[in-house]
Design a binder for this molecule. Sequence first.
Ligand code: ATP
Length: 335
Amino acid sequence: MTHRITLIPGDGIGPEVVGAARRVIEATGVSIQWEEINAGGEALKRYGKLLPEELLEAIKRNKVALKGPITTQVAEGFPSLNVRLRKMFDLYANFRPIKNLPNVPCRFGDLDLIVVRENTEDLYAGLEHEVVPGVVESLKIITEKASTRIARFAFDYARQHHRREICAIHKANIMKLSDGLFLNCVRAVAQEYSDVKYRELIVDNTCMQLVMNPQQFDILLLENLYGDIISDLGAGLIGGLGLVPGANIGIDGAIFEAVHGSAPDIAGKGIANPTAVMLTSVLMLEYLKESEAARRLQNAIEQVYREGKHLTRDVGGRATTEEFTDAVVKAISAP
Ligand code: ATP
């Protein structure tokens, strides 16, 4: 079967790492018809729009997209395109596995945790206004509907994949109504899954626990903003942003993108680590039910790390993006 997939190269290091991921996916032999359309700065030049209609149509039609990072303009009036895409297609679950790779220097080994982040509301609703000069208000939106469905996503995943525990992260001692509602929804769902262990932890304590004893965690279930922050903390635990994959999953489609941003500091130099987008591709292949190809790609990446000869600079090696990618392609093709 041929899969049609929308390919969004993105900004900065996006085209380099997404191009590398495309090569390794093709090396698995899975039949894919790519529909490549960009968003962000490049799209503005070509289509006169940051989010061209052609792209939105392609995402709707193909239902699965592999996306590079798009730079978020800090200036006012430029909402994050990443956030807009997630909201537009109601990709409510952000899924980010954080797992050690061999030979990557980091403080802890044996880490295998998953961040499940609500992806559509919270402070990312982008509802901000100036009340009077010198005073601004930013609205944190938490709903029963979104909290319940992200909880259900996490518990379903835990059950299906025999994970040991879900820990809901919150600050309900201060935000009694908003985080309180989130927790109440998660608790109600937890009751239906007596086979999955459940606990709760305050977000500040979670940060301390993560840098002291991260092995205690299995699945972390969080609202949008806490999920964003804890994901980067988790990336730091296993060796950096170049290693953490991600998926934005909705009811009727998914956009796969790594946790990292466009990394303008290293863009165009050929040194970015494509591992995160390659591991993101593993998630995408699993979603497409191409389990054998997903397993081969995962094994090939791990093998290149185990050998340790073709690693990029961010993880202590000297290889370029291309040299690392060549090594993964070779490992996939090896008998
Ligand atoms: P954005 O605003 O687009 O999210 P950012 O600057 O906030 O971008 P990142 O682009 O994720 O954040 O970069 C943070 C740091 O991590 C930078 O120093 C960058 O070079 C590094 N980094 C991110 N991704 C990679 C990668 N794939 N390979 C190597 N280094 C990376």
